[in-house]
Write a protein that binds this ligand. Structure first.
Ligand code: GLU
Length: 477
């Protein structure tokens, strides 16, 4: 017997950016499919007509591309599959596993009010649920019905969660959920004619139609899974394996949220993180392979078989992410970094011409940086005037050093080639002529030219500048 091909999916709702939690789920789904030689599907769950936007779809696709999470199929759009949901709903009504309900929102409010008053859990009371011998209320005029799933009244739903282990929820806990609604005002003609499915229904039809074998998602969906399993069963569809990953906590121990820092993949791209660092960091946030902290995507794929997923929530740790990013920055190709830094600098107003040829500068400074933004902060000084701190200037650019600075400037102006060995030679000659040591002269040059007293080797740094810039910054007498 051949085992079915593993098929996983990520199913974001296009109501904002790609959230870090969704990116992590996408990574796990992608790695699981790749590990087993299966397929990874992208589905856009855009049935929230009021909140879904094309801009958000574009952001999600861009973030997936940036992270290198390539999909084999999709993006599928739920709003393009309305006819299919409608068809399945009709089959379910005919089979008695779904029914129309004409309750008005007002009636539902009253129902919940009364339940609260009695100290009961609020739930749909089944007034339109057909049963042998039951007389249903008269269909009210002017009300568009919804369709509800006829959830089993008794028994329980159990599954063996890939992350959380065995979970059992009693059917008595869950009510007959709405699976199809009339379209909201302003929706397409298709939606008006066919209705719009709710998440718990569309997700089942899609996972079934798309042959999904493994569902990874955030554990905010654990409570939805019993309904989904019951719907799969009502449809006679094979059940996928579910894996619910714990939420990501902020560094304050509360749920990671927009109010407490960046939560979108895009924000980290803009803040100068490299995609391979994000992937590595996200992978470890809820999964481990021994003590490995730094690994390539290929290694992750070879290790990621669904085991060692953490049951407890992981904490977002900006310092660790910065450390991981610094590691990848050091290893990154300088030409690639030059392109990224050029983008950063152009967004700060530098011209395309000024941001050419930055690879040697990236090579020199990348060891000191955590992000390409920090790298750009260094390299900016090649073109943007620096303002040394008064105290540093007073400390290093002393009257005793000024004559040496003057003669260094003259040597730098006069020498034929502008390169690191010639600059080193000019420094050496100046020190000898003035009876100074490197630690007396170099910090003064650094403060004046770079605006800071500490930099990599001064000859290498100066060689990155245009000669006129160095000469004008050294003009202090
Ligand atoms: N659209 C849902 C979400 O973004 C998908 C959940 C699922 O993977 O089933 O949360």
């Amino acid at each position: 017997m051949s085992t079915p091909t593993i098929r996983t999916r990520i199913a974001p709702s296009p109501t904002g950016f790609l959230h870090l939690g969704t990116a992590r789920t996408a990574l796990y789904s992608w790695a699981y499919a790749r590990h087993f030689g299966g397929q990874f599907v992208l589905r856009i769950e855009d049935t929230d007509v009021a909140r879904s936007t094309q801009d958000s779809v574009d952001q999600i696709l861009a973030s997936m591309r940036w992270l290198g999470l390539d999909y084999d199929e999709g993006p599928h759009y739920q709003m393009q599959r309305l006819a299919r949901y409608h068809e399945v709903v009709e089959q379910m009504i005919a089979a008695g596993t779904a029914y129309r309900c004409w309750c008005t929102p007002q009636e539902l409010d009253e129902m919940r009010e009364a339940q609260r008053a009695r100290g009961e859990k609020t739930r749909y009371d089944g007034r339109w649920r057909p049963a042998p011998g039951k007389v249903l209320p008269p269909v009210p005029a002017g009300v568009q019905p919804v369709v509800r799933f006829r959830n089993p009244l008794d028994g329980e739903v159990s599954w063996d969660d890939l992350v959380k282990g065995p979970i059992t929820i009693s059917n008595r806990e869950i009510d007959d959920l709405i699976i199809l609604r009339p379209a909201p005002e302003g929706a397409s003609a298709d939606a008006q004619a066919l209705g719009v499915p709710t998440y718990n229904f569309a997700v089942v039809v899609d996972d079934w139609d798309m042959g999904i074998t493994h569902v990874f998602r955030g554990d905010e969906h654990v409570n939805n899974t019993p309904w989904q399993i019951n719907i799969f069963r009502a449809l006679g569809a094979p059940l996928p394996t579910f894996g619910h990953c714990p939420i990501i906590l902020g560094d304050d121990g509360l749920k990671l949220s927009k109010r407490r820092g960046a939560v979108s993949v895009t924000a980290y791209e803009e803040a100068g993180y490299l995609p391979e660092a994000m992937l590595n960091y996200l992978a470890r946030l809820g999964w481990s392979h021994g003590d490995e902290e730094l690994f390539s995507r290929e290694q992750m794929v070879s290790w990621f078989d669904g085991s060692h997923l953490a049951k407890s929530p992981a904490q977002w740790d900006p310092a660790k992410l910065a450390w991981v990013n610094a590691h990848y920055l050091k290893a990154a190709d300088d030409e690639r970094l030059a392109v990224l830094v050029a983008q950063q600098l152009q967004s700060r107003g530098l011209t395309a011409a000024q941001t050419q040829g930055l690879a040697p500068a990236c090579a020199l400074f990348k060891d000191r940086c955590h992000t390409t933004v920090e790298l750009a902060d260094w390299i900016e000084m090649l073109h943007v005037a620096v303002t040394p701190r008064e105290d540093e200037r007073a400390q290093h650019v002393t009257e005793a050093v000024k004559p040496a600075l003057h003669s260094l400037r003259e040597r730098l102006a006069a020498m034929a080639a502008w390169d690191k060995p010639s600059i080193a030679q000019a420094m050496k000659e100046t020190l000898a002529a003035h009876g100074l040591k490197m630690p007396q002269l170099a910090p003064a040059v650094r403060v004046l030219v770079c605006g800071r007293a500490q930099t990599p080797s001064i000859d290498a740094v100066l060689a990155l500048f245009a000669r006129e810039v160095v000469l004008s910054r050294l003009e202090v007498l």
